[in-house]
Design a protein around this ligand. Structure first.
Ligand code: SAM
Length: 226
């Protein structure tokens, strides 16, 4: 099976031999690839909606992998027991949804579970929340897929998290990537911050906040350029 560049980047961060929980599996392509390629020892592919899960069931049946991929209907991690998995994948969802799913399963903290995350939005609040829970980002990739830029990262619990002021924006793993790979994402983050700043400058009575944000942007730009 050939994955899209975005899903291939997600698959590339899954540890070899993992027992995967692919939450929000939709069509099930990722679980199929991880199983066929021998990356995953076992997959639970789960979705909150019947439609996607039926499509995944059909794809799994067609590829004859029913013995290695379990399909489950359920909201987030509610139907998954901690001991069934050591790698939780959340891809193609908003960062806020991911945070809610992880928050509802406190067992993901403590070190037994690797997270592979590809948020579509709210990446800053997700990164901050993960850090607050003691997770550090240990690997990160930036990928273009059909004209869109995506970021994918692996987060592992070390009890400390990332305490750098850069934490909401860039992990050390991202900054260690080649300039060619990381720059489009770095520029996107600064463009988003710039838009936020413009909004504050245009709003009445928010001059102080605008000044603080401008100074913050300047500060993190210097840190990134170091
Ligand atoms: C855009 S698709 C992404 C599918 C696949 N993970 C990918 O990256 O290509 C998002 C999927 O997440 C599912 N989903 C959304 N919220 C969910 C939740 N709380 N629990 C489980 N699945 C959820 C949706 O039903 C949908 O199938």
């Amino acid at each position: 099976m050939k994955l899209s560049p975005r899903l291939a980047a997600v698959a590339g961060l899954v540890p070899m031999g993992a027992r995967v929980a692919d939450i929000g599996c939709d069509h099930g392509y990722l679980s199929l690839y991880l199983t066929e390629s021998g990356t995953a020892a076992h997959c639970i592919a789960s979705d909150v909606r019947e439609g996607p899960l039926s499509a995944a069931k059909e794809n799994v049946r067609a590829s004859g992998l029913e013995g290695s991929i379990e399909l489950r209907l359920g909201d987030g991690l509610s139907g998954i027991a901690p001991e069934e998995t050591d790698c939780v994948i959340l891809a193609g969802m908003g960062g806020d949804t991911m945070r809610e799913i992880l928050q509802a399963a406190p067992w993901i903290t403590g070190g037994g579970h690797t997270l592979v995350l590809q948020p579509q939005s709210h990446t800053d609040t997700l990164r901050l929340w993960l850090s607050g829970q003691g997770f550090s980002v240990t690997a990160e990739r930036v990928v273009y897929d059909r004209g869109h830029l995506y970021v994918v990262f692996r987060a592992e619990w070390d009890g400390k998290g990332d305490r750098s002021p850069l934490c909401p924006y860039f992990s050390p793993a991202l900054l260690a990537l080649s300039a060619e790979e990381r720059e489009p994402y770095v520029e996107r983050v600064f463009a988003e911050l710039g838009k936020r700043l413009e909004g504050l400058r245009a709003a009445e009575g928010r001059e102080d906040e605008a000044g603080e944000l401008a100074a913050h942007i300047e500060y993190i730009r210097k840190m990134v350029e170091q």
